[in-house]
Design a binder for this molecule. Structure first.
Ligand code: R5P
Length: 315
C-alpha cells in the first residue's frame, strides 16, 4: 500500500508512514489566486492500493475538498483501491435533523466520499457508534480509549506528592478517582473505559444544549463523586462543555481534575479557557494537529499513529 497525505495533518501521516517503514507518496497541491486547488499525484499508482490521510478539521470545507480531489486523482490514475484515513471526521455531529428544516450535513459528506470512489474509511472515536452504518463502503472505527486507559493507569497509580492543604500523605490516587462523562451521551464511552480500568467507578454530568442557540448549561451530576475526577469526551471544540463540567465538579467538592478528549478541535479561545480552568492537565490526541498558537502548558498530546498504522496493515 502507498500512503499519501493531504495538508491538514502531515505530522501524523509522517509518523504512520515511518511506523510502517514507508515514505509518504508525492502529491502536488497548488493553490490558485482565487483559492481553488489543483491536485496532482506524481507517484506511479497504477494497480496499487492507495491510502490518504486527511483530518477534516478546521478549515473543514477546504480539507474535505482537498480529500475529494486527491481521491479523484487516485481513481483517474489507476489506483486499485482507495482508503481515506480521516482521523477526525468533520460534520459528524450533524448526523440527523435536530429541527425541521435542517440539512443532514453528514449524509451529504457520505455521498461525496462514496461518490469520489473511496472504498474504505478509517476514522477515530466517532461522535456516535451509528455513523459507520450510514456508509455503504468499508469502515474501520478505531478508538483512542486504550491509549487513554494506559495514561489514566499512570496517573492514578502515581504517588500524589505530600500536600498539607489536601492532607495527602503520598498515597496513590486509585481509590479516590472517578471517571466522569461531561454529558449523558458519553456514558457508553465511559463504561468501556471503566471496564478497561478494572471497573473504575463513573459518573455523568447532566448537560443541556439549546438546539437553537447552541448554548450549554449543566445542572447536576448522576453518580457518586470522589476526590479526583477524570473527565473523558470525544472532542473539545469551544471548551465550554469541559469548563462548565469542571466548575460543577469543583462546586461539588472534587479536588483534582484531569481531562481526556480524542479530538482537539480547539475553536475560538478554547486553549486559554482550558488553561485557566480548574483542571490539572488536558490530554488529547493528534487526530487533529494542534498548531503552536493553540498549545498551552497544561496540554499533552498522545499519538494515535500506532493504532492507525496497525489498522492499515490489515487493510
Ligand atoms: C457533544 O456532544 C460532544 O461530545 C462534545 O462534548 C462537544 O462537542 C464539545 O463541544 P464544546 O467544547 O464546544 O463544548
Amino acid at each position: 500500500m502507498k500512503i499519501f497525505s493531504g495538508s491538514s495533518n502531515k505530522p501524523l501521516a509522517e509518523k504512520i508512514a515511518t511506523l510502517l517503514k514507508k515514505r509518504l507518496g508525492r502529491v502536488e497541491i497548488n493553490i490558485f489566486a482565487d483559492g481553488e486547488k489543483r491536485i496532482r499525484v506524481t507517484d506511479k499508482i497504477v494497480g496499487k492500493d492507495c491510502a490518504v490521510l486527511q483530518s477534516t478539521s478546521t478549515d473543514v470545507d477546504k480539507n474535505y475538498m482537498e480529500l475529494f480531489f486527491i481521491a479523484d486523482a487516485f481513481k483517474r490514475n489507476g489506483a486499485r483501491a482507495i482508503t481515506a484515513v480521516i482521523p477526525y471526521l468533520g460534520y459528524q455531529r450533524q448526523d440527523h435533523m435536530f429541527r425541521v428544516g435542517e440539512a443532514v450535513s453528514l449524509d451529504v459528506i457520505v455521498k461525496m466520499l462514496e461518490g469520489v470512489g473511496i472504498d474504505k474509511i478509517v476514522a477515530v472515536d466517532l461522535h456516535s457508534i451509528k455513523i459507520p452504518e450510514l456508509f455503504h463502503i468499508g469502515f474501520v472505527h478505531l478508538s483512542a480509549l486504550p491509549i487513554f486507559a494506559e495514561k489514566i493507569k499512570e496517573i492514578i497509580s502515581a504517588k500524589v506528592a505530600y500536600d498539607p492543604a489536601k492532607r495527602d500523605i503520598g498515597s496513590p490516587r486509585f481509590h479516590n478517582s472517578v471517571l466522569v462523562s461531561p454529558d449523558m451521551g458519553g456514558i457508553r464511552r465511559i463504561k468501556i473505559l471503566s471496564k478497561m480500568l478494572g471497573n473504575m467507578p463513573y459518573a455523568a454530568v447532566v448537560k443541556n444544549r439549546d438546539v437553537k442557540t447552541g448554548k450549554i448549561t449543566v445542572s447536576n451530576i448522576e453518580g457518586e463523586l470522589k476526590k479526583n475526577a477524570i473527565i473523558v469526551d470525544d472532542m473539545i471544540s469551544t471548551g465550554r462543555t469541559i469548563v462548565l463540567a469542571s466548575e460543577l465538579l469543583r462546586r461539588k467538592g472534587v479536588e483534582e481534575i484531569f481531562v481526556f478528549a480524542t479530538h482537539p478541535v480547539f475553536s475560538q479561545d478554547c486553549p486559554k479557557a482550558l488553561q485557566q480552568a480548574f483542571i490539572e492537565k488536558v490530554f488529547v490526541t493528534d487526530t487533529i494537529e494542534v498548531s503552536k498558537e493553540k498549545q498551552f502548558p497544561k496540554l499533552e498530546v498522545l499519538s494515535v499513529a500506532e493504532i492507525i498504522g496497525e489498522a492499515l496493515k490489515l487493510t
